[in-house]
Design a protein around this ligand. Structure first.
Ligand SMILES: [Cu+2]
Length: 622
């Protein structure tokens, strides 16, 4: 049955590619070369009298909120995706940069503002940008997930994302959602300031710290080894932890002939004595579970993922992939220098000697410096805080209580889904991640949203797209997930925050009596323990196709992805803006214009023309 469905869906893709110009209505017809450089079609953009602002960010400069305005404003930003040579940890490699920098620049707005972001793709690869944590209410097609909400942006094409921040505020980020591309560099912070921020008076300045794991090899090199029937290793081992794009690699471990400069500059955050700083901490890693702390400075936790929480004091912050927190740090210690520690917790990493880069000379203990104005020019001698948390787990829920209790998840569940996650070696020899026995395979050139808007019944979506379909408007949806394997997984949901009803260790079974219905932790990215359980609830109030997936990028590539098909009876009557639907034509259009370029070098150099071929290759070996 499964095979038949697959055949049908491959046949369907082929038909789509061949006959795409025959698909009626709703979709803008690209009929001449002029349209190849896509322009925006919405009134909003046609009325534009401001240029797109090319942003670049010094992550080591403190900032304050943007000026607050009486009415929301529209902000125009330009993100040019281009490959550049950079040496974040001293080792030079090609980086998939945004506006030439890594991490990508900080995008900022105020609550309610509209963001019009022109993404100009000069990577030489297809790309897309996902705005992690942003609900995209009414703009599902700008969520940036190839295969679900859009076709990838081909090389040499500009695509404009146009969405409002709505009622949201807090710490978000943006990254590519296409074939592990974010691990190569396309990841940056997205901050939404709030005029009504209850903590606004409690800090003088802000900093953003992005945490990331860094590989010296590109994902174009790593993935073909990783997704292979002969691979018996674990997740690829990184070469450095980075704080806001800075780390320090031991160049003795670098291969001969590589460009590696020892003693690369560390991340230094300057503070003034007795000032207070809001640090917005984002784990933008592909894989790494980080532990963050600042020696001799306690952290006052005030935000998790766009939700204000009751202020609580901690010393060390465990933060899993995709998660964000804000902490307030009071620079009230003696003038001096203090280590900032961003340690990749090796205890959450499994390595065997078949693992890609298992002999990495990584220093797991990432370091930065908190430097008081007037301090001497010597090394910090500060003391590290002891550990006071459960390893490889989210902080204790008592530290994550919402500022206002939220009771909307306490009611009758209208839609319930039971999910089992595990790994299994399939007939083709590849170990895949399966969710209810199905490994996600996207159709990049025919995303789910296009299918729904073509009125394909949701239950006829290809089986390997792992659809959770629900259509009760404003109903309470519950997902119970059993993680039937040793790894913990940071599960992230697009388009929503959810209430965490239950997180259970091995043999600690979900029991509704134990659910945290009255005042749950609310977030969009939560850790499920190895062999453990997760129960979450959210409200079906956002028609769209929303990914629900483990944020470990290697697991995404193995198929640990579901898609919510939310309120399809509303979604099917929406109209995809022409510029978004045209992206799908573009790929097909280029197919006619350009001869197929082979996947010829070891970087990710596939042409948009051959996305389908590549995925078919992967599907074949799967
Ligand atoms: Cu995972």
């Amino acid at each position: 049955m499964k095979l038949n469905l697959k055949k049908v869906s491959i046949l369907f893709i082929s038909l789509f590619v061949i006959c795409s110009s025959a698909i009626p209505a709703r979709i803008h017809n690209v009929d001449n070369d002029e349209h190849l450089h896509l322009r925006a079609y919405t009134n909003e953009i046609q009325k534009r009298h401001e240029p797109f602002k090319i942003i670049q960010t010094d992550y080591f400069k403190p900032f304050v909120h943007l000026p607050f305005t009486n009415k929301p404003v529209t902000r125009y930003y330009q993100l040019t995706l281009k490959k550049v040579k950079l040496s974040p940890d001293g080792f030079e490699r090609t980086v998939w940069s945004v506006n030439g920098q890594y991490p990508a620049p900080i995008i900022r707005a105020n609550k309610g503002d509209r963001m019009i972001i022109n993404v100009e793709n000069k990577f030489g690869d297809p790309a897309a940008v996902h705005w992690h944590g942003v609900f995209q209410h009414g703009t599902n097609w700008y969520d940036g997930v190839p295969g679900q909400t859009q076709c990838p942006i081909p090389n040499d094409v500009s695509f404009i994302y146009n969405f409002t921040t709505g009622d949201q505020h807090g710490t978000f980020w943006y990254h590519s959602h296409f074939m592990a591309q974010y691990a190569d560099g396309l990841r940056g912070a997205l901050i939404v300031h709030d005029p009504d921020d209850p903590y606004l008076k409690e800090y003088d300045y802000e900093y953003v710290i992005t945490l990331s794991d860094w590989h010296h090899r590109t994902t174009g090199e790593i993935l073909p080894n990783f997704i292979s029937p002969t691979y018996t290793g674990k997740r690829p081992v990184p070469d450095s932890p980075l704080l806001s794009g800075r780390g320090r690699y031991n160049c003795n471990g670098a291969p001969d002939g590589s460009k590696c400069k020892p003693n690369a500059p560390l991340a230094v955050y300057n503070v003034k004595k007795n000032k207070k700083y809001r640090f917005r901490i984002i784990n933008s890693a592909a894989d790494a579970f980080f532990i963050f702390s600042i020696d001799e400075h306690k952290l006052k936790l005030i935000e998790s993922e766009g939700i204000y929480i009751k202020p609580t004091i901690i010393e060390k912050l465990p933060i899993n992939v995709g998660q964000r927190y804000s902490v307030i740090v009071n620079a009230d210690q003696p003038i001096g220098k203090y280590w900032i520690r961003a340690t990749i917790d090796k205890r959450c990493v499994l390595i065997n000697n078949a693992t890609i880069n298992f002999n990495s000379s990584i220093d797991w203990n990432g370091l930065g410096i908190l430097k008081y104005e007037g301090s001497k020019n010597d090394k910090p001698k500060s003391k590290e805080f002891p550990e006071n948390f459960k390893i490889c787990r989210d902080p204790d829920p008592k530290h994550l209580k919402t500022l206002q209790p939220v009771t909307k998840y306490d009611g009758n569940v209208s839609d319930f889904f039971n999910i089992t996650v595990k790994f299994q070696r399939e007939g083709d020899g590849i170990v895949k991640a399966v969710m209810n026995n199905s490994s996600f395979i996207p159709q990049f050139n025919d995303p789910t949203i296009n299918k729904i808007i073509r009125h394909i019944p949701p239950d006829e979506l290809p089986k390997e797209q792992n659809s959770l379909i629900f259509d009760n408007k404003n109903g309470i949806v519950e997902i119970a997930l059993w993680n039937n394997n040793t790894d913990e997984h940071p599960f992230h949901m697009h388009g929503h925050v959810f209430g965490v009803m239950f997180v259970g260790e091995k043999n600690e079974y979900p029991d509704e009596k134990k659910y945290d219905k009255k005042n749950p932790v609310i977030r969009d990215n939560v850790t499920v323990p190895g062999f453990g359980y997760l129960v979450i609830r959210f409200i079906a109030d956002n028609p769209g196709i929303w990914a629900f997936h483990c944020h470990i990028e290697w697991h995404v590539e193995l198929g640990m992805v579901l898609q919510l098909v939310e309120l399809p009876s509303i979604l099917m009557n929406e109209t995809i803006p022409n510029d978004a639907s045209s992206l799908c034509f573009k790929n097909d259009y280029q197919k006619k214009r350009n001869p197929t370029t082979p996947f010829h070098n070891r970087e990710r150099m596939f042409n948009p023309v051959i996305i389908n071929e590549i995925r078919r290759d992967i599907n074949k070996i799967r």
